[in-house]
Design a binder for this molecule. Structure first.
Ligand SMILES: Nc1ncnc2c1ncn2[C@@H]1O[C@H](COP(=O)(O)OP(=O)(O)O)[C@@H](O)[C@H]1O
Ligand SMILES: [Mg+2]
Length: 297
């Protein structure tokens, strides 16, 4: 082993072998669908959407885990008014296992609270990295969905999670700056040859038609300059109940299940669970986290 890259390759190869032997052993390995929620611009509603969508998915009889990977402003726990003693950073530092940091939210939702330790990923020694990956992938089979709330923009952490996941939901509002930044984000995905599915979700609109206008604007630019495929996932109405629920430190689909935004979320959750989903590769959480590290380094 003459350098770090070699040893990383060795570790990855070992993991692949492990995964293969595990798959051969149990034919029905439950795989986890990993969906990252990102945006170009901040403050467009990612955290609220991640949380409420994750909760809606639990009602479709799915086991769901929510990973708060917004490292600047990890705030899922704040939206819910729950305090977490430990977080992802403790796992990265090797001081806690994943199970030890998971907190339980409403409707049996499992939450991995965020922390500011992700930057440390770049500096981990190989054995620490392997340790970390093994811990993260221990949740394989325990959850049907892993929903990841990322920060805004194109920091290394955000792009690593986004590129590693097989599905990305890009959130925008109808504000021109949000649309431009969503385009910038999609451009990066296309430049990085991201091959997963990219969905667009338009938040804070007055109507279905307004959301259509935003999607079409983006689609025209994407078709013209990027030749890249982006699917329309849906929209969420501007709804005062969203802020009201935040003030009450509750998820809006729990506090106001009948409000417009809740109805929109259920529609999106139904679309996600119903759609035919064919993973492109041998899809395991190990592969996912391995990719996070690959893009991160
Ligand atoms: N559909 C909506 N209707 C009304 N207000 C919304 C809606 N979505 C988001 N907001 C407002 O936007 C703020 C930012 O949302 P948040 O989920 O924290 O965004 P992000 O995670 O992208 O930074 C919320 O505190 C809320 O006040
Ligand atoms: Mg957020």
């Amino acid at each position: 082993m003459n350098n770090q890259a070699d040893s990383l390759r060795y570790i990855v190869q070992q993991m692949k072998n492990n995964i293969r032997s595990q798959i051969n052993r149990t034919e029905n390995v439950t795989s986890t669908r990993v969906i990252t929620i990102s945006s170009g611009k901040g403050g467009v509603g990612k955290s609220n959407i991640s949380l409420n969508l994750a909760l809606a998915l639990t009602e479709f009889k799915q086991k769901v885990m929510l990973l708060d990977a917004d490292l600047g402003l990890a705030n899922i726990d704040i939206i819910l008014g729950i305090r977490s003693t430990y977080n992802l950073a403790d796992v990265i530092r090797g001081e806690k296992t994943i199970t030890e940091v998971i907190i339980e939210g409403p409707k049996g939702l499992k939450i991995i609270p965020g922390g500011s330790g992700m930057q440390e990923l770049a500096n981990l020694k190989d054995w620490q990295l392997e340790n970390f990956l093994t811990k993260l992938s221990s949740i394989e089979g325990e959850t049907d969905y892993l929903i990841i709330d990322t920060g805004a923009g194109l920091s290394k952490t955000v792009t690593s999670f986004a590129l590693a996941a097989e599905e990305i939901i890009i959130v925008t509002t109808s504000e021109p700056t949000a649309i431009t930044d969503a385009y910038g984000f999609i451009k990066t995905l296309s430049q990085q040859h991201y091959e997963g599915r990219v969905y667009l979700l338009v938040n804070r609109v007055a109507s279905f038609e307004d959301a259509g206008v935003v999607f079409n604007k983006l689609k025209i630019a994407i078709n013209r300059f990027l030749k890249y495929k982006v699917e329309y996932l849906g929209f969420i109405n501007e709804d005062p109940k969203v802020l009201q629920a935040i003030k009450e430190q509750q998820a809006f689909i729990v506090a106001y299940p009948q409000c417009k935004a809740s109805q929109n979320i259920y529609q999106i959750a139904a679309k996600i669970t119903n759609q035919e989903y064919q993973p492109k590769q041998e899809k395991t959480l190990k592969t996912f986290f391995k990719n996070v590290v690959k893009y991160f380094r």
